[in-house]
Design a protein. Sequence first.
Length: 376
Amino acid sequence: MRRIVLVAAAGTLALAGCSGTGDDGSTAAAAGGPIKVQASDSSCEVARAESDAGTSVFNVTNKGQKVTEFYVYAPGDRVMGEVENIAPGLSRELHVELPAGSYETACKPGMIGKGIRAAFTVSGSSAPLTDDAALAAATDSYSRYVKSQTDALLVKTEEFVTAVKANKVNEAKALFPIARTYWERIEPVAEIFGDLDPKIDGREEVVEEGMAFTGFHRIEKDLWAAKPDVSKDGAIADQLLTDVKEIVSKAQAEKLSPLQLANGAKGLLDEVATGKITGEEDRYSHTDLWDFNANVEGSKAAIASLRPVLEERDAALVKTLDTEFANVDAALAKHRAGDGWKLHNELSQADLKTLSDAINALAEPVSKVAAVVSQK
């Protein structure tokens, strides 16, 4: 998802973007130790430009005034790993499994644009984490989950597109949050594939990055306009379906690293913190709580796949995760409305703070999962 960040809101949600710096020794297995990254509003200083194959750990500190992100890209802007929502003054770790090859690192001040990039080279060889049978089983389990969700995403997107092309406004409005539920559950996988994510799910800010405003949110704007009319959105709807078909095919063929599951679980909570709590995501329909719930469900599914490994390596962390996921579910359940959810603009500031606090409390233990997964 491409977005513009309100710094005040990000500051309020700072805990969701904060994690330890590995002083407990959890990153010791990474070749050469953690790679320090000093990010500012105009620079991205990566301490080393190369690493050995295997798990690399980047320790990213935001020295700027804007909330930032850090990415590792393979050719074609394929996302190998990312951390979002790094508020000014905070640090985050990224654990990412990298085979030998050429990559780019990128800091994104303001969490927009192509980022401040530099070349990064990985050499040598290393046994993949999935040589561990339990981790291989975790990725297989999560792949089955991705298939179930992307199958449903395609079905519901087809129904949504059909309604849009027939200018059936009320039907399309009802289908909008339902179709997007399946998207939001597996969004970290969808984000791997370059510009497909912003084409499908980008908000109006993508125009500032030189892209056309298309996809779900372009149609959302017309559906919830003062005089709703999507009779001219046929081409946009057709392109949306084409793009969704492509991402479904790619997602179902993707061989994920266990660290992508761990990072994705945290990334989904960052999505909640930066877009759903603030109401920026579905700014026309105000259906943000559908997305909020789907992000939490997706995070829970990734953790569930990793659960056997986590129980063996850190049972106390699993207990904490269970408690905090239950607390988020309880806080969110208060805002049920029939088979769906209250609109974002129906929630009070106190309601939003309660939800924010619950997400913050969950994000902290989820941020520890990647370090546990990368242990050898």
